[in-house]
Design a protein around this ligand. Structure first.
Ligand code: FE
Length: 139
């Protein structure tokens, strides 16, 4: 994970993102939105494969790191590669959280919390609408 000056490879205007993304994905990825808990299409999804960024298609999370956190959002113990995600301090809602972004396009994905299971002890709490799923055998 990198916390630094961001240098996203994909930089689109808000107008372009609005055209490309569906309304819910735009709201979450470009406006730091959150889907209601237990509402997202991948919360209870258990297939074998890779979750990619809904905005740019970059590989983000492996289903082998997905677990049921009970939070109502897809939860992972790690990213496929630390360079695929970026972090940013989020002081909204009167608390300090660590926001997770797609390191390729800057999409807001969710937050990471230090209350996950082994091996990392981390919980990447991600909005379904920020993800697409690719089954492993189709890759
Ligand atoms: Fe992305």
């Amino acid at each position: 994970m990198t916390e630094k000056e961001y240098d996203f490879q994909i930089n689109r205007s808000e107008e372009e993102w609005k055209e490309i993304l569906d309304e819910e994905t735009y709201r979450i990825t470009r406006q730091c939105g959150t889907e209601p808990p237990f509402s997202g299409k991948y919360n209870d999804h258990k297939e074998d494969g890779i979750y990619v960024c809904a905005a740019c298609g970059s590989d983000l999370f492996d289903s082998q790191t997905k677990y049921d956190s009970g939070s109502g959002w897809p939860s992972f113990t790690d990213a496929v590669d630390e360079n695929r995600v970026a972090t940013r301090e989020d002081r909204s809602l009167g608390r300090v959280r660590t926001e997770i972004l797609c390191a390729t396009c800057g999409a807001h994905l969710g937050h990471v919390f230090p209350d996950g299971p082994p091996p990392t002890g981390m919980r990447f709490c991600i909005n379904s609408a920020a993800l697409d799923f690719k089954a492993r055998q189709e890759r």
